[in-house]
Every structure is written in C-alpha cells, then in structure tokens.
Design a protein around this ligand. Structure first.
Ligand code: NAD
Length: 363
C-alpha cells in the first residue's frame, strides 16, 4: 500500500489509520487541507476490497471536500473518514463510539458527519465520545440533522441551473430525468423532481427502493446497467463514484449530468470528453454541497433551517457562473471548478492555530 506516491495523495496534510481492538473497528481519516479551517467531511462505512482501496477512497474524498467547502464558502478545510466494513465487525453503537474516540484524538482538526452507509443514529453514538461531529438528530427549525434532504435540495437547484443552460428553459415540467441510486439523497431528489413535474426513470441494486419510487412518484424502473445511458434529458448519478467513464460518454443520450455522487468522473480526461461531446456536466462537489452547508451550520450553531435553505439555493448561481466561465473559455466545467476551488484555497492565509486544549470527551 502506498500513501505518498498514491495518485490521489495531492499533498494531504495528514492521513491517519485507526483501529480499536474491542470492536474490530479499522479505518482511515484523511485531512487534505486546513487552509480554510479544520477538515470537515463525512464518514463512509463501506466494504472495501483492500486497505489500499480504503486509503485511496479516503484521499480522493477528502480532496473533494477541500474543493467543496472552498466553493461553498464555508470556513472549513477538507477531510473524510472511511470505516472498513467487515462481516466480522457489523455496525454497532460501540463501533461508532470507538470511531468517535479516533476523531477526538485529532482534537478538532477533523470534524465528522454522515456519508454512505452511516445514519443519524450512528452519529449520535459518535457524539458520545467526541464533540467534533455534526448531522445529529435535528431540533426543529434549527439547522442540522440528516444532511441528505439538503444535499438533494441542492442537486435539485443545480439541475434547474443546468437545464436552463443546456435547454434554455426555466421549468422542469415533463423533463425526463434518470436517477441512479435511490438511497438517502436519491429518494429526496426524486420527490423534489416529481413535485416539479419531471418524468423519472430510476435504478438501484436494491429493488425495494425502485418499487417505492415507482409507487410514490410514478417512476419507470430501468436496469442498473443501462440507467446512465437511458433515453432521458438529464442523468443524476446518486450512487457511488467513478461511474462516468470514457466508454459511457459515447453511449450517453442525456445532454446533462447533474447528480449527488462524489467523484463521478472516472478521471479528469472524461470531463474533457464530455465537453467535446457537448454534454453539460455539473461538477459533483459543487452541486452536492447542500449537505455540508447544513451540517457546517449545525456545527457552528448559528443558523436557522431557512438560512441553510437560502445558502443551498446559491448552488444554482455558483453552477451558472461555472457554466458561463467554461463556455467563455471553451473548457470543461470540471477543470474550471477545480481551478476556482484551488484559487479560493490559495487566497486564504494559513491562520496560526492555538495549541489544542481540547478534551471534550466524556470520561
Ligand atoms: P445511500 O447509501 O443512502 O444511497 C446510495 C444508493 O445507491 C443505495 O440505495 C444503493 O443501493 C444504490 N446503489 C449502489 N450501487 C448501485 C449501482 N451500481 N446502481 C444503482 N444503484 C446503486 O447514499 P446517499 O447518502 O444517498 O449518497 C449517495 C451519493 O451521494 C454518494 O456518492 C455520496 O457520497 C454522495 N453524497 C451524499 C451526501 C449526503 O448528504 N448523503 C452529500 C454529498 C454527497
């Protein structure tokens, strides 16, 4: 396993492996950049094929969080945790309490929340052993709670901006949208889209999820193999990363890709291909930043739910700016977004951080 020479390393500030003998917990916390503030990003619980895969996923995701947080204008750097799921160590409150202790040892340099495979209930267990956690049970009217509905809301606004750019229209009535992955975000996204009059096609490896979408939103069910190449106007990848490949670009029928999944492009050259094929790509870490906006506001403790909704709606403006810059320069949207994010990070100054006096853990 390599870290420094890993393609995804990108000068990470810190990569920590953690382990808890009692619960069998094993995982990685990666902190990409703390230029704008402590590393903030969710925790993924996933069955990886190897340690190397887990490390690479943590690195790629935490770099994405740096860029996401920078462009969302929130005072946090990028970090991410992955827990290596194992059939011998199923999810349990004790496992997440142990994860909380691993987070707490970093004294606030990394703040955690939900990602794939992790629920509000899991984060409640984490909160028993560290205060550097967000996405806890919501307290009505106050910002916070499960970030998925806010992520979906941001993706919905982003689809609106992309459709305006690609099709020159300001409504989604009758628009055909294919959604890959009807999990936490995908389900809420379908609900927003159905309310706006879009016609949905959905796919998920979990058949119950697609049946629910068919029942509740009148969605047509598509095979998981074909959903991204389906005959629709927009595809919204809302499952896992790496799904937009060079091979797929030639088969795509949609003119817009705008979804929640992190790291959608298999590699940066796929973004170039999309541009050449006149397919508009909404950079993933811009369109899916609604959740981090929500949990960051919760962590800072100074915002109402309405404030969060207002900030999430700004995702449309941010994407419109990126689309315009990309058109002006005739360059891929993904590269424009990366440059804007790096500029925002480089503009910041490294603030001297006081020595930590943090010991928030309940003994
Ligand atoms: P989730 O685990 O609740 O949902 C993912 C869904 O995708 C599941 O229903 C799963 O069965 C399905 N799936 C997996 N592989 C599939 C395949 N090959 N084809 C079709 N469906 C498949 O996760 P989520 O919280 O909804 O997040 C979805 C994506 O959005 C992830 O990439 C996540 O990193 C990203 N994201 C989530 C949030 C958030 O607030 N939850 C925020 C930003 C980004």
């Amino acid at each position: 396993m390599t870290v420094f020479s890993n393609q995804a390393f990108d000068d990470h500030e810190a990569v920590q492996m953690f382990c808890d003998r009692e619960t069998g917990l094993r995982g990685v916390i990666a902190i990409h950049s703390s230029y704008l503030g402590p590393g903030f990003g969710g925790c993924r619980y996933w069955r990886y094929g190897s340690e190397s895969e887990a490390v690479e996923d943590a690195l790629r995701l935490s770099q994405g969080m740096s860029y996401k947080n920078a462009l969302a204008g929130i005072p946090f750097g990028g970090g991410k945790a992955v827990i290596m799921a194992d059939r011998n160590t199923p999810k349990s409150p004790a496992l997440f309490e142990a994860f909380g202790r691993a987070v707490d040892r970093l004294c606030g340099d990394y703040i955690t929340a939900e990602d794939v495979g992790v629920s509000v209930q899991d984060m409640e267990a984490v909160a028993r052993t560290t205060r550097h956690v967000s996405g806890l049970a919501s307290k009505g009217g106050v910002a916070g709670g499960d970030p998925s509905p806010k992520t979906a809301m941001g993706v919905f606004h982003g689809i609106g901006a992309a459709v305006a750019r690609a099709f020159g229209r300001n409504d989604l009535e009758g628009l055909r949208v294919g959604v890959q992955g009807i999990g936490n975000v995908g389900y809420y996204l379908c609900s927003f889209l159905a309310d706006a009059g879009a016609r949905l096609t959905v796919a998920d490896i979990n058949r119950d999820s697609t049946i629910r979408a068919a029942d509740e939103f009148g969605a047509t069910i598509e095979s998981t193999d074909n959903i991204l190449a389906a005959d629709v106007d927009v595809v919204a990848p809302c499952a896992l990363g790496g799904v937009i490949t060079a091979d797929l670009v030639g088969r795509l029928q949609a003119k817009v890709i705008a979804g929640a999944a992190n790291n959608q492009l298999a590699d940066a050259t796929v973004g170039d291909l999309l541009r050449q094929n006149r397919i508009l790509y909404a950079p993933d870490y811009v369109i899916n930043s609604g959740g981090i906006v929500s949990v960051a506001a919760e962590y800072q403790g100074n915002a109402s739910d309405e404030d969060v909704d207002r900030n999430v709606a700004l995702i449309a403006d941010r994407l419109t700016e990126i689309f315009a810059k990309a058109d002006k320069a005739d360059r891929p949207t993904a590269r424009i977004a990366d440059e804007m994010a790096r500029e925002a990070i480089n503009r910041s100054e490294i603030m001297p951080r006081p020595m930590s006096t943090d010991s928030a853990v309940a003994n």
